[in-house]
Ligand binder design. Structure first.
Ligand SMILES: [Zn+2]
Length: 137
C-alpha cells in the first residue's frame, strides 16, 4: 500500500500526537483550566481558549458514531485500496475522531453505527509515523 499523505514534521501543534502514535498510543488533550476534552490535537482549548493543555493516552476503545464507504478514490495514496470505510469514532474518553475502520471483509455490510472498535496503528512503508485506524473489537 502506498503511504498516506502526512504532515510535514516537525509539526508544532500535533507533534506529541505523532510521537505517541510511534509508541502505538492514541494521544488526546484536556484543558488544564476548564477540563474540556480537546481533539483533534491543537495548541489551545476549544472551549475557553486556554493554551494550558495536558496530554493523555486513550484506551483506544470506542464506538462507531457514523461512517461512509468510499468505493473509489483516485488519489495515488488511496487508488489501490478498493472500497474502504471512513468513520467517526467516539472514543470512551469523550472525543470524536475521523478515521478508517479496517479488518472487515466488506465495509458496506460489516461496519455498523454503534459497533465497538479498538485502535490499531497502520505502519507506513518507509514512513516514520504510523496512522491510527480502528478494527471491530
Ligand atoms: Zn478550557
Amino acid at each position: 500500500m502506498p503511504n498516506r499523505p502526512m504532515p510535514e514534521f516537525p509539526e508544532l501543534d500535533t507533534q506529541p500526537f505523532w510521537d505517541a502514535a510511534k509508541r502505538r498510543e492514541l494521544a488526546y488533550q484536556t484543558c488544564s483550566d476548564c477540563n474540556e476534552v480537546v481533539f483533534y490535537p491543537r495548541a489551545h482549548c476549544t472551549k475557553c481558549g486556554s493554551l494550558d493543555t495536558t496530554w493523555h493516552t486513550s484506551s483506544g476503545a470506542g464506538t462507531v458514531y457514523t461512517y461512509s464507504v468510499v468505493r473509489q478514490n483516485r488519489s495515488p495514496h488511496f487508488a489501490d485500496l478498493g472500497a474502504y470505510a471512513v468513520a467517526y469514532v467516539d472514543l470512551d474518553e469523550g472525543f470524536r475522531m475521523l478515521t478508517n475502520v479496517v479488518g472487515v471483509d466488506n465495509p458496506t455490510t460489516d461496519v455498523q453505527v454503534g459497533m465497538r472498535v479498538q485502535v490499531e496503528f497502520e505502519d507506513q512503508e518507509g514512513g516514520e509515523y504510523p496512522i491510527p485506524v480502528f478494527r471491530p473489537a
